[in-house]
Each structure stands twice: as C-alpha cells, then as structure tokens.
Design a protein around this ligand. Structure first.
Ligand SMILES: Cc1cc2nc3c(=O)[nH]c(=O)nc-3n(C[C@H](O)[C@H](O)[C@H](O)COP(=O)(O)OP(=O)(O)OC[C@H]3O[C@@H](n4cnc5c(N)ncnc54)[C@H](O)[C@@H]3O)c2cc1C
Length: 379
C-alpha cells in the first residue's frame, strides 16, 4: 500500500535556478509543460559566484534588457612583462552584466511563463516511482528531472551520472570607483606565476569593476598578489571593495554519462564550460533551452528520450581540451613573453577571443572613431 500523501505532479522539475535552470524553466513553461525549479538559495541571484560576462552569442540567445549590461568592445591582453595587445572585432562585443539582477530577471521571466520556483529548498536525492521520479523535499513527483545544479551536482551524484572532476578555482573582488580602469577593454593578464593555467582579469562592470583570477591544479588563487601587481595600472587607493566571491570553473569537458532514463544534466553540471576560456554562461543558456525543447517534444509529441537527444548534441570540446592540457603545463613567463612577440600571436589571440572575426587593416583608434560616429565598418 502506498503510504505517501499525494505529492504535486510536474512534467518537469529542474534542480538549480542558475543560468541553465531558469532558461530551461522558461522555455518548458512556454511550451505548455507544468514546471517547477528547486533552488537551495533564498532567491535567484543571491550569493553569485561568477563574473557574469556574456559573449555576444549568449546575449543573442536570451535578448536581455539593455539596462542590465554594458557593452565592451575591446580586449587588452597583457604579457607577464606587461607588453600589451589590443584586440577587437567590428560588430562583436562582450557584455559585462548586473549578474544578480540578470538572474532575478530570468527568474521573473520563468515565473511569467508559468514556472514555479521553490527557493531555500536543497535537493538531497530522489527515487523512481514507476514512470515518475519522487523528490521528498519539497514533496513533488515529476515525469522528467533536469540537473542544473552546477559543478557539484547533487542530481549527478543521486543518479550515478558523470561528475565534474577537473576544474579551475576562481576568485574575484568588486570595486567601486576604480578610476584607473580603461572601460573600453576587458583587461586580461597572462601570467604563469599569478594565474597558472588560466588568466587574471579586470572587467568594467555596468556599475563596479571586477578584478579576479583563476588557477588550475591545486594552486590557491592569490588575489592580493594580483591587486598589488596592478596597483600602478588601476589605482586601488581611492576605490572601495564592495564584494568578494569565488567558485569552481569546470575545465575537463563534458561529463559522461550526461543522463539516464528520465534525467539529464545541463550547464556546469554537464561540464558544459569551454576548457580553454572558462566561459560557461552561453552553454548554460543553450543547453537549458535545448533540454526544455527536447523534454517537451518527448512528453507532448512522443519524441525521442531527451537524454539521448542532448548527448548527441552536446559539444565534445576536442580541440579546446587539447589546448587546456597545453595550458596546464604552465609555460614559463619568459616563454609567454616570447610568444607575445611572435608574428602569429595576434592572429591566435583574436581567434581565441573573437573566433576569427578580426578587423584586418583597421587600427583600434580607427575602430573607436567609427564606433563613436555610429558608422558601420565595411570590409
Ligand atoms: C569566478 C568565476 C567567474 C566566471 N566568469 C564567467 C564569465 O565571465 N563568463 C562566463 O560565461 N562564465 C563564467 N564562469 C562560469 C559560469 O559562471 C558558469 O559556467 C555558469 O554559472 C553555469 O551556470 P549553471 O546554471 O549551469 O550553474 P550555476 O550558475 O552554478 O547555478 C547552479 C544553481 O544550482 C543551485 N544548486 C546547487 N546545488 C543545489 C541543490 N542540491 N539543490 C538546489 N539547488 C542547488 C545553486 O544554488 C545555483 O543557483 C565563471 C565561473 C567562476 C567560478
């Protein structure tokens, strides 16, 4: 005899109200599914762990409101010896965001589409009940379960799915009034002593400056060392420290398996972060949206199992994983300085940041002039 009281039945339950979970919830609810999201924090956008920079493709994916972001067109790349390289691509930009507000907006959009969001509820595990999955707390039953619960996914653990095992450790501080920061650029520092295996950065956010770094292997990132070494550039004296954050950035590629009957992983939980750049928000949006579409095709239109659809679509990151292995060897700073001076260095850096969308023959100052005049760039 079933002694359980009747639990609420959903078509789709999503664990995690981050970038992937909220986009998934909105799409699935728009498609007519009964959707809920289970989130451990007290509200979406609380205690964020990310810099929240969107590549243009990520912004194109969700059409976020203008006031939540700031466009940054250029990247200024610094060698360990502080030689710089300015990179840009006509028509392309990055968006630094009011990240907490962006997440709140995504939550509002998901709710408006009809999804319910249960905050302050930590998913601990679930059990199968015939064709559905039962979660004890909050007491719900669901026809499909999506794990959008980040790099330490509890959903992956509960269902024996692949787990994120390789990651970078990132730390960041937000400053008000960092007067020395040129806001036209994302400032990226290659330095094997300060940020072995990755980069240090200074980003002009819509409101505050974000200063951070990430390291691979067991090295603990030393943010104080980075701020000391950039004091002359950015001038922290008149600035106020507003917030600090830290987190794990998956860098080992896709986990395996990404799903099982009735359950699939999206975003960081699936390892969907570029092993090279550490960017995961675009893939979180994309995988969240695709997962919702696959689940609605499956439940409403007898489509194929979503976990199989997603496993076939998710990127393998072949080339980027190879490059991650090269970065993990942490070449010496002298070698990096030398690489900066090689003829192909700028082409390669542009490929990493802009995927070959360069501006051949156009100088940064010319580009900025045309930007300010509102002119299109013809090539
Ligand atoms: C320091 C740092 C800087 C970064 N900067 C960038 C950047 O600038 N641009 C970029 O593209 N990427 C960046 N990344 C990576 C990016 O933040 C992630 O790829 C992205 O957040 C993944 O989104 P997600 O929705 O999959 O997971 P998350 O954003 O991790 O969201 C997971 C959600 O699940 C919730 N949750 C977890 N466990 C449970 C549970 N058991 N029960 C209920 N809820 C749970 C969490 O509270 C959270 O809300 C950065 C990462 C770090 C650490």
């Amino acid at each position: 005899m079933n002694t359980h009281k009747q639990s609420r039945l959903y078509d789709l339950a999503i664990v995690g109200a981050g970038f992937a979970g909220l986009v998934c919830a909105r799409t699935a609810a728009l498609r007519g599914l009964r959707v809920c999201v289970i989130e451990a924090k007290k509200e979406p956008g609380a205690r964020i762990h990310t810099t929240g920079i969107l590549v243009k493709e990520a912004a194109d994916e969700i059409d976020l409101p203008h006031h939540l972001a700031r466009r940054v067109h250029g990247v200024r790349l610094y060698a360990p010896n502080r030689r710089t390289m300015d990179l840009f691509a006509p028509g392309y930009y990055f968006l630094t965001t009011h990240t907490a507000e962006l997440l709140r907006w995504l939550a509002q959009e998901a709710r408006r589409a009809g999804a319910e969001i249960f905050c302050g509820e930590r998913f601990q595990g679930a059990e199968r009940c015939g064709d559905t999955i039962r979660i004890a707390d909050p007491d719900i039953e669901t026809r499909y379960l999506i794990g959008a619960d980040g790099a330490r996914s509890r959903v992956a653990r509960s269902f024996g799915l692949g787990r994120v095992e390789r990651y970078l450790t990132g730390v960041e501080a937000e400053y008000e009034n960092l007067a020395g920061l040129d806001p036209r650029f994302l400032h990226c520092f290659v330095d094997s002593l300060l940020a072995p295996g990755y980069l240090a950065w200074a980003a002009p956010g819509p409101e505050h400056a974000q200063i951070g770094l990430a390291t691979s292997k067991a090295r603990t990132p030393d943010l104080a060392a980075f701020t000391r070494s950039t004091g002359d550039l950015f001038g922290y004296d008149g600035a106020r420290l507003v917030e600090r954050r830290s987190g794990r950035i998956p860098c080992g590629g896709l986990v395996d398996p990404i799903g099982t009957r009735g359950v699939a992983l999206v975003g960081d939980a699936a390892g969907l972060v570029s092993p090279l750049t550490g960017g995961g928000i675009r893939l979180a949006f994309r995988s969240g949206r695709r997962a919702a579409q696959a689940v609605s095709d499956y439940l409403l239109d007898s489509g194929p199992p979503p976990e199989c659809v997603l496993a076939a679509e998710y990127p393998g990151f072949g080339m980027k994983k190879l490059m991650r292995t090269a970065l993990d060897t942490t070449p010496s700073n002298r070698l990096v300085d030398l690489a900066f001076s090689l003829p192909g260095a700028e082409y390669f850096a542009r490929w990493v940041y802009f995927h070959r969308r360069g501006g051949p023959g156009l100088s940064w100052s010319e580009f900025v002039k045309r930007l300010e005049a509102g002119e299109a760039v013809t090539r």
